[in-house]
Design a protein around this ligand. Structure first.
Ligand code: FAD
Length: 465
């Protein structure tokens, strides 16, 4: 098996899009098959050496960044083993990217529905964080599309888990919110064992093979970015469309997001303050009449809207949406700042309370901290990103983040709807579940990883001894 110990090569595994600093490792295993994963895990286990699994490094919480020990990179585990058109499944290795899977299944008329916007992410990474995407509004998160996993445990034993298989130990007693959630180990009465592993951030085992559920490719869609006059207009727009089943996507851009993007997209209509990106399945030829009436009702100009009628236009709209996290990540890097970014979702009935709280807190300080709010408004899940430029602003951003976390928890929300906890959101997790639940989670980790070597520091603090 390929082992890399050159410091320059190791360096590239010490970062992801969290900008978390200080990672270090002695070397990197690059297995090319499951047998070599087992070899790497057994070697680490026998030496009691921490092992951190690395996907594509697009994660936002430092999950793949090692603090000691070795890295196991899944980059060469990139085969699509099989696509079964009859049963609509695909068997893949964990280093296949979303983009590669999308292209392969599309050729045979199928679709892998979860669509996290960063298409260079590996499937193993998305399983590990239970990633979601814009279409999760209709199709759910990664968890809803996984049939089977093969996982290498820290003993070197390979564990095959199929959907429907139940845990052989008591289900955790803590309450896991019934909204999209990637914070902490999954728990639900009657749950499947596979759901514990999905979203466990590599702390229970190394995912070596994945069977995903596919669906028929969507028929024709109509995509659009509608520019609106205010945040209230965007909320009203969303509230009316949320239950409309042929609308697959409802994504929000606040005023600061639009201003930030204006440098690259100078044709963003001036005078508008917010925007909603939506995608709708076309069921009949009356769809444009519906939108004309809907736009009139909401006082939205059809002339200023950006329409996605063909593949090229749709890609342009998609790229525009993707440009928000990309641009803010570049700004963080430029300012040498670790992200102060939130991934909070709340039950729909509490969305307005959460939004009002964000606005009140973000606008009643006089430090002029730059912030944006964007994302999955259809699922009451906005990303609030704050970009401090001084120590004073940094302290403010951290205090605000904690206030937002407490508010979300009081509203029955989650502190991480899709990115996971990684190494930077432990205090948020404690706020959400309390120490007793976290102790229960650590008990589960010890059950599957008694040697305590896998992905240490993810989800909770476990110091390697
Ligand atoms: C511009 C941008 C947009 C994004 N948009 C979205 C979005 O819409 N939705 C969303 O959910 N996320 C989004 N993300 C975050 C990121 O793409 C996801 O978290 C993704 O799931 C990470 O995959 P990765 O392969 O890059 O994993 P990494 O960053 O390499 O790792 C993530 C975690 O997975 C673990 N891991 C990776 N592979 C395995 C394996 N085989 N077995 C066990 N553990 C493993 C790692 O140890 C780590 O803890 C975005 C990121 C960026 C930069």
């Amino acid at each position: 098996m390929l082992k890399k110990t050159d410091p320059d090569i190791i360096k590239s595994y010490l970062e992801d899009s969290s900008n978390l600093q200080g990672g270090h490792a002695e070397g990197v295993y690059v297995p090319e098959n499951e047998k070599e994963i087992i070899e790497a895990v057994k070697e680490s286990s026998s030496k009691k050496q921490p092992l951190t699994v690395s996907g594509a490094g697009t994660g936002t919480t430092g999950g793949r960044i090692p603090f000691g020990g070795w890295v196991l990179s899944t980059e060469k585990l990139n085969r699509i083993v099989n696509i079964d058109k009859t049963n609509k499944t695909a068997l893949i290795e964990p280093g296949v990217t979303l983009e590669e899977l999308d292209a392969a299944v599309s050729k045979v008329g199928l679709l892998y529905a979860p669509d996290p916007t960063e298409k260079s992410a590996f499937l193993g990474g998305t399983v590990s964080t239970n990633a979601s995407g814009a279409r999760s509004l209709r199709f759910g998160s990664t968890r809803d599309h996984i049939n089977k996993l093969r996982v290498v445990l820290s003993s070197g034993e390979v564990f095959g888990i199929s959907r429907g298989q139940k845990p052989h130990f008591p289900i955790p007693s803590y309450h896991f919110p019934a909204i999209k959630n990637s914070a902490g180990y999954y728990s639900k009465p009657g749950m499947d064992l596979i759901d514990l592993f999905i979203g466990s951030e590599g702390t229970l085992g190394v995912v070596s093979e994945i069977e995903v559920r596919l669906m028929d490719k969507l028929g024709e869609t109509f995509d659009c970015i509608a520019f609106l006059d205010s945040e209230e207009a965007a909320v009203l727009f969303t509230e009316e469309l949320r239950e409309k089943k042929d609308v697959l996507t409802l994504e929000y851009f606040d005023q600061n997001s639009l201003e930030m993007l204006r440098k690259t997209y100078p044709h963003i209509p001036s005078g508008n303050k917010t925007a909603i990106y939506f995608e709708q399945i076309i069921r009949d030829d009356k769809y444009l009449d519906f939108w004309e009436e809907f736009f009139n009702k909401h006082k939205v100009s059809m002339d200023s809207a950006w329409l996605g009628m063909n593949d090229k236009q749709k890609k342009e709209l998609h790229d525009f949406r993707h440009a928000i996290p990309e641009t803010i990540n570049e700004l963080y890097k430029h300012e040498h700042q670790q992200k102060v970014s939130l991934d909070i979702a709340v039950p729909d009935k509490n969305f307005r309370s959460m939004l009002n709280f964000y606005n009140l807190q973000l606008t009643t300080n006089n430090l002029q901290l730059f912030h944006i709010k964007f994302g999955h408004i259809g699922q009451s899940h906005l990303h609030v990103n704050m970009l401090p430029k001084s120590d004073e602003q940094r302290k403010l951003a951290q205090d605000l983040a904690m206030k937002f976390v407490k508010k979300a928890v009081s509203l029955g929300g989650t502190v991480s709807a899709e990115h996971g906890i990684g190494k930077i959101k432990h205090t948020y997790l404690k706020e959400m579940f309390g120490q007793a639940a976290i102790d229960e989670m650590i008990g589960i980790k010890k059950r599957f990883d008694p040697r305590m070597i896998l992905n240490l520091g993810n989800i909770f603090d476990i110091v390697h001894t």
